[in-house]
Ligand binder design. Structure first.
Ligand SMILES: [Mn+2]
Length: 321
């Protein structure tokens, strides 16, 4: 089947699952081509997708994708908590947060070493030093690490340290960066752009998937609307919608999604109730002194309370944390 697809000039994408192999390709959607493949031995069925995101769509893969990071499974029954500071500010603060969030139940430590900032005069991260500190925190706590790569040049280095590579909202349509993320062997968390539709988000994911990296998770982090009481408008409905449209895990970032500390907990409850596979939350030992995103960061105690609350919601919807 693969040879036939290649003979026709298309590029096949293979996916093996539960004894079945799904082969996807972007071809031309004519009836004759459908019957050509349907008649081949070993072919169970030919499904034509009308979705422009061929590999990301549910039609390509009915079962939800589970991304494995060590013994952590993202996209399975357990809702995964990723927490940590907006930026890695120093070794001591990162170690403090790492131990605190681990104790509270987080499995993955977040922290930016490369920070995309609206102002060029803001703190832009400790860069490679920050990556080293993150790696040390992983060693000390056993937490997996998620951190952002801002440019193609950073991808290689960041993916050497990180367990999950993050692509930020401002880079969602940086197609060269997406292609580079498609070349690595690490999972990628792709954030929704602040002005992006869900279809644009899925097409961005398609760039990574079609380049050969199947380990992609999507992150709803709020979009820009006319509302000003919150930093962004957290699109909770995107969670069940995405779960319907795609097999990829969906993570919610209620910190950037609201920008308001007091709203992070209720937004987290809503996200878990809506079916999110994970939460990405900013936690800082002293939010008032944070070098970035202090107003939306929780202190470790707030985070512990949040975990207690979302555990109840998870149980109510048949999941665990
Ligand atoms: Mn932040």
């Amino acid at each position: 089947v693969v040879r036939r697809i290649e003979e026709l000039g298309f590029r096949p994408h293979l996916l093996s699952e539960g004894g079945r192999t799904v082969i996807g390709f972007m071809g031309d959607e004519t009836k004759s081509m459908q019957s050509t493949f349907a008649a081949m031995s070993g072919v169970e069925s030919v499904v034509m997708s009308r979705k422009p995101y061929r590999v990301a769509c549910r039609e390509f893969k009915a079962e939800g994708t589970i991304i494995r990071v060590g013994d952590i499974e993202i996209g399975a029954n357990r809702v995964i908590l990723m927490a940590g500071p907006c930026a890695v500010e120093s070794r001591s603060m990162l170690m403090e947060v790492a131990h605190a969030v681990k104790e509270a139940g987080a499995k993955i430590l977040r922290g930016g070493a490369y920070k995309p900032r609206t102002s060029p005069y803001s703190f832009k991260g400790l860069r490679e030093k920050g990556l080293e500190i993150l790696a040390e925190a992983r060693e000390k706590t056993g937490l997996a690490i998620i951190t952002e790569a801002m440019s193609i040049q950073d991808v290689k280095l960041v993916s050497q340290y990180a367990d999950i590579l993050q692509i930020g909202a401002r880079n969602m349509q940086n197609f060269a960066l997406l292609e580079e993320a498609g070349n690595i062997k690490k999972p990628v968390l792709l954030k929704r752009g602040m002005m992006a539709t869900l279809e644009e988000l899925l097409m961005a994911a398609e760039y990574i998937l079609s380049n050969g990296n199947q380990q992609v998770m999507l992150c709803e982090r709020g979009i820009r609307t006319f509302e000003r009481y919150t930093r962004n408008t957290l699109d909770i409905v995107s969670v069940p919608l995405l779960k319907d449209l795609t097999h990829l895990p969906v993570i919610v970032d209620p910190s950037h999604g609201t920008g308001v500390r007091g709203l992070v907990k209720p937004a987290s409850r809503a996200a878990v109730a809506a079916g999110a596979d994970g939460l990405l939350i900013e936690v800082h030992p002293n939010p008032d002194e944070a070098l970035s995103d202090g107003p939306q960061s929780l202190c470790p105690e707030d985070f512990r309370n949040l975990v207690d609350e979302v555990k109840k919601i998870a149980r109510a919807v048949g999941r665990e944390i």
